[in-house]
Design a protein. Structure first.
Length: 364
């Protein structure tokens, strides 16, 4: 672990010793606890200590290693690398209306829900003719983050306020694209990699950094040798990212100011290796561990699915669930890696990534 660095020492006693030494060196008399001059010196020492601590904090916040929050945002912004903001999930719904003889407009912003808790809004107004019809529309989660991605195809929905003539509303295409704001550590690593993107590519890290610098929708990139003079760039993009993102990366990396003259760059999506884990757990002494287990799943999937070439390692999830309080954890029937693989440590190709679903159940 790197040594902790401070630019200024702000230990109160050491500061007082320095002040006392300077006072005596200037001809001052010896000080004793409680006398006026001692109290004055200690009052000054408190102010100086606070000032030193503030200056030290400001200097540390100006470095990539220690900057956090808004300070890290400013550090990245000054270098042209912005933090990935939270995004709201979007989905496509199918609205079936019966004949009423009266046209109806569902205005943009109309609220819908599947569970009464997570809300979605129509992105554009929908015109119902008054005849029997079925049409599609796009909805967006009211709140940003990954919770909105939970809406799956086939789920029945309803508007918060009733509308005459609407027979049914179903989710036609599962929600995607919702993400949390990039955390400090991920952002810090991306800023560090971004510094390499300003250098002509060639080494693997520089190709990867240059690819990551194209868009905040790129979560990871992996450069591979595809033969003499050929470089492949596997891209892991955020949910909902368009194919035009790959074109933008390929255009950027094929610029002669970026790549060596003899290289040909081919950009493609990282191959997804699907997995399904049906995890069942028993809580010690009947405790309610639902929140802890859900957090284990989220942390695991962020780790497992967020990096190209990372081996499938379900043992990490099981260990986390035990650590979070589970007395027993089992993978139930239906848990599978790929099409028929066992739920066990499995290496994957360096241009592939894992992408899975995890469900939780309490053992009786």
């Amino acid at each position: 672990m790197a040594e902790e660095i401070h630019y200024l020492s702000f230990d109160p006693e050491k500061i007082f010793e320095e002040m006392h030494r300077a006072y005596l060196g200037a001809g001052g008399e010896a000080l004793y606890p409680g006398d006026e001059k001692d109290m004055l010196l200690r009052s000054c020492q408190a102010v100086i200590t606070q000032a030193f601590a503030g200056v030290d904090h400001a200097l540390r916040m100006a470095t990539l290693r220690y900057a956090t929050g808004e300070y890290l945002d400013l550090y990245g912004e000054n270098r042209g690398c912005l933090r990935m903001e939270a995004l709201a999930a979007e989905a496509e719904i199918e609205i079936t209306a019966r004949a009423t003889g009266k046209p109806l407009i569902l205005k943009s912003g109309t609220l819908l829900t599947a569970d009464g808790e997570t809300l979605y809004t129509l992105t554009d107004s929908v015109m119902l003719s008054g005849l029997a019809q079925t049409l599609r529309a796009v909805i967006r989660a009211e709140k940003t983050g990954t919770d909105g991605n939970a809406l799956t195809a086939g789920t029945q929905m309803q508007t918060l306020l009733p509308f005459a003539g609407i027979e049914s509303i179903y989710c036609a295409e599962s929600a995607a694209g919702g993400r949390e704001q990039e955390d400090d550590e991920s952002y810090r690593e991306r800023i560090r990699a971004y510094g390499l993107s300003n250098i002509t590519t060639g080494p693997r890290q520089q190709y990867e950094a240059a690819a990551m610098a194209v868009s905040t929708e790129i979560l990871d990139a992996r450069a591979v040798n595809q033969g003499a003079g050929k470089v492949g760039i596997a891209i892991l993009a955020a949910e909902g990212a368009e194919d035009s993102l790959l074109t933008a990366v390929e255009t950027a990396l094929n610029d002669l100011s970026v790549r060596p003259l003899t290289d040909q760059v081919n950009v493609f999506r990282a191959e997804e290796k699907p997995y399904t884990i049906k995890a069942a757990y028993k809580a010690d002494r009947g405790e309610n561990l639902a929140e802890n287990m859900a957090e284990c799943v989220k942390s695991y999937q962020d780790w497992q699915d967020g990096t190209i070439g990372r081996a499938f390692n379900p043992d990490r999830l099981m260990a986390a669930m035990y650590q979070a309080g589970a007395e027993r954890v089992v993978w139930q029937t239906g848990s599978v890696f790929g099409t028929d693989g066992a739920i066990e440590y499995t290496e994957i190709p360096e241009t592939a990534c894992c992408k899975g679903t995890i469900t939780l159940e309490v053992l009786s």
